[in-house]
Design a protein around this ligand. Sequence first.
Ligand code: ADP
Length: 323
Amino acid sequence: MTPSDSSRPVTSENAIELLNLCKTYAPTGKEPGKEALKSVILGIPKGRIFGLLGPNGAGKSTLINILAGLVNKSSGTARIWGYDIESHMRQARLSIGIVPQELNFDPFFTPYDLLEQQAGFFGVPKGERRTDEILQIMGLADKARSHTRSLSGGMKRRLMVGKAMVHNPPILVLDEPTAGVDIELRQQLWSYVRKLNDQGTTIVLTTHYLEEAEELCDDIAIINHGQIIACDSKDALLARIEGKTVTILLQEPLAEIPANLERFSVEQTAADRLVFTTKTNDGQINEILQALQATRLQIADITTEQGDLEDIFLQLTSGAHAA
Ligand code: ADP
């Protein structure tokens, strides 16, 4: 699979469209220039929860920072809600809210003042501000007038999301929303993100947690070494996985795989161990068991394991070469 045929076509149904987006950071001192994005083509559909998944250094932050206007692209085009980030910079910026990884507010501000200040920054007229509504949605109404330093970790994270929503953007981008966040808080944030999506906001999140992508996202793009190497609905990606593995532990060591098992995808991983890989739910397990019975091998144990996003991620990223 080449990067270009794994990408979605660019259409007007997309909230974000990237066409041949490239970024090479200039060389600094002894560091050579770094090609962080290599001709990325990507369409992020409206109304979905879209995960941009990739290992550290893959180019996720670079991509998000270009959308946020914090990093200049080297070439290619990027459109946010149909607005080109260069020729229609203001409209593009107004169409997106970005939640950075790091907390970035003054601890002596109150949530109310912080949201009001941010709304002012985006030029939202006083009569059109949604400060109280956002505090309500984010579960912060009763903390509206407290110093932000007195908020719990979870409340601070939610305030960051609220801050990105003051101009009512149709797209919300969360950069590694749960990096370093404990499990309970992670669940809580996910439920807020789902709520915002239910209310119509397109959500884009970057993550290197496969579990987060699997739990939350409708669609997933996998980026590695600055290239999109897969982009599909989560279900389609999971369906691609050479599903289940069935591990057979034998009572006796085996010299070689019996001929009647060779029609299956089978590997001998130890003298007494055979690992079969089957497509999920295709009924092949029954056939494998019958074939095993015919070999008269004595079986000590059988274990099965379902493939998950981690398998496809490893499958896709392990073959790629470093830049
Ligand atoms: P990710 O967010 O997926 O971890 P990044 O976009 O931060 O990846 O980085 C992609 C590549 O670009 C990495 O090799 C990184 O070292 C490099 N890079 C990121 N920012 C800069 C910068 N300001 N100057 C030079 N190289 C950078």
